[in-house]
Design a protein around this ligand. Sequence first.
Ligand SMILES: Nc1ncnc2c1ncn2[C@@H]1O[C@H](COP(=O)(O)OP(=O)(O)OP(=O)(O)O)[C@@H](O)[C@H]1O
Length: 317
Amino acid sequence: MIEQELAISTSNLTKQFDRHLAVNQVELQIEKGEVYGLIGPNGAGKTTLIRMLAAAEDPTIGEIYIYGDRLLRNDSNTRLKQRIGYLPDDFPVYEDLNVWDYLDYFARLYYLKSPHRRRRLQEVLELVQLTSKRTSKINTLSRGMKQRLSLARTILHDPILLLLDEPVSGLDPIARMQFREIIKVLQTVGMTIFISSHVLSDLAQLCTSVGIMELGFLVESTSLQDLYQRLSQQQIIIKTLGDLETLQQELKHNSYVEEWQFISEENSLKVNFSGNDQESAELLKALITAGIPISEFHCIQEDLETIFLKLGHKQAS
Ligand SMILES: Nc1ncnc2c1ncn2[C@@H]1O[C@H](COP(=O)(O)OP(=O)(O)OP(=O)(O)O)[C@@H](O)[C@H]1O
């Protein structure tokens, strides 16, 4: 991959605290426009990695490139740093301010000038669905709303890279869903988004790529598409109006059919199939040609949780 096409690229990125290696020789490559999910148990090194990517922490050794430019914590490259939006996992919201004043305060820190500042505040409030709360005190907001407000603060300056550390932890399912919807919108406008979580299901519906951290090591980093191709077992549900015995006889002739289970009371089988789409279309054609009255034939894919378990890492929840 050419460096310029990458939103994030690290080489040998390592952080040592005393004698403890929190992040160990991480080689990370994330393409522009991706939503990258970093999964790992508590203490795996996710926060330390994100802090280094946000230039909030110096690496002990190693290099970081953001959109092709070297990221250093010193005074160099301030323009690059201004294009990063970082939401730490413990960022305080000022409870006594109202929503508008809170955002306006940060917008001024980003040197946004009126009338652009006002328009930008309106825009981000709309995006995080807090327009109706613009005059509400922050301490009257729900936890999900506060988290959306924090996200609004993080994107005020229209960053190209968004780093979110466990943004949905502690939120209920509806608040998580609302947060995910906003992330999807941000992806469509071209932001590269890096999200950490210790819960895979938070990220499964959102990410285009995932990485797994364990004990400071990045033990897996790949696109979801690649994971599905490598590890997902395709299954086909086949239902017949005829008898199952004839269907099974026919299935035995197809070399991509591995085994099947009966789906009770439905005259259906769930077939493990090692072929691709073309080969499953040929199976359907063969069954129809053999005169089997097929009333249902559909391919399903295993979910991400099941696939992660096959990777054999500790973190698969
Ligand atoms: N400032 C620090 N000084 C010393 N040790 C630290 C420091 N920050 C982190 N560590 C240690 O580095 C390791 C990785 O911590 P980190 O917070 O990066 O993990 P994490 O994956 O984000 O965990 P969590 O899911 O709990 O947030 C831990 O063992 C932690 O105790």
